[in-house]
Design a protein around this ligand. Structure first.
Ligand code: HEC
Length: 209
């Protein structure tokens, strides 16, 4: 009688230990998974007026984890891996954000965003990795993956991406007329001209229905 109850007690103890071990292990797994998904949280409020970001050459950078210094250093060097949290923008609607290492190996941890912008702020229209297209229906990843490895998906010019028929004057005009910015000056005649030319080019680039 005594022996049986001892045995039962032991079995019970063992089972309890195993179960609680399993529960702790599962919680650990879930936490690790959640961490992997949420280290860099991005929502509509993550984006801001492009000219309030830090300007490097002709584009703008930021860092959602506060590591702006490292981001600016890589941008200024023009080569090397951007740190996690990096935000890159050339025009108001298109954004690249770097997640933590290993998050999306195929895109070197970059997430692509196509956002809508207005005086009310930013709204994510599309986000993702190899599946995001710009307003012309062209795939972000397909172009940016052509940058040589040392440029970490950044196209600029001469980095290996196919050239696009959009000039720096046009990019500049789009930046200076970002509707989210409170401090935009009056639009110059040059910028109006550049935006008109861009309109014509966009018509030729848009996929035919
Ligand atoms: C047709 C090819 C093409 C597509 C599609 C494309 N890009 Fe680009 N992107 C470029 C090129 C080329 C540049 C460099 C332009 C320059 O500096 O003159 C560029 C520049 C950029 C930059 C500035 C940093 C850099 O790489 O020079 C960002 C950020 C960016 N694109 C994000 C996006 C996002 C987000 C999408 C999709 C919503 C997208 N791009 C779609 C070709 C493309």
């Amino acid at each position: 009688m005594c022996l049986i109850s001892k045995f039962r007690n032991k079995t019970f103890l063992l089972l309890t230990l195993l179960t609680s071990g399993f529960i702790l292990f599962s919680i650990g797994m879930v936490n690790a998974e959640e961490k992997a998904q949420t280290k860099i949280k991005v929502d509509d409020s993550s984006f801001k007026c492009i000219t309030e970001m830090t300007s490097v050459r002709h584009f703008y950078v930021d860092n959602l984890l506060g590591n702006l210094e490292k981001t600016v250093a890589v941008a200024q060097a023009g080569t090397g891996d951007y740190p996690e949290g990096t935000v890159l923008q050339l025009i108001p609607n298109e954004v690249m954000i770097k997640h933590q290492k290993g998050f999306s190996p195929a895109t070197r941890d970059w997430e692509f965003f196509y956002i809508d912008v207005s005086a009310d702020g930013s709204k994510i229209y599309q986000r993702g990795f190899a599946n995001v297209n710009n307003r012309l229906g062209l795939n972000c990843f397909a172009c940016h993956v052509k940058a040589k490895p040392e440029f970490d998906f950044v196209c600029e010019q001469g980095h290996g991406c196919d050239a696009i028929p959009i000039t720096r004057a046009m990019f500049g005009a789009l930046q200076r007329t970002d509707p989210r910015c409170k401090a935009n000056g009056p639009v110059t005649a040059e910028d109006i001209e550049a935006l008109n030319q861009l309109g014509e080019i966009v018509k030729t680039l848009a996929p035919k229905p």
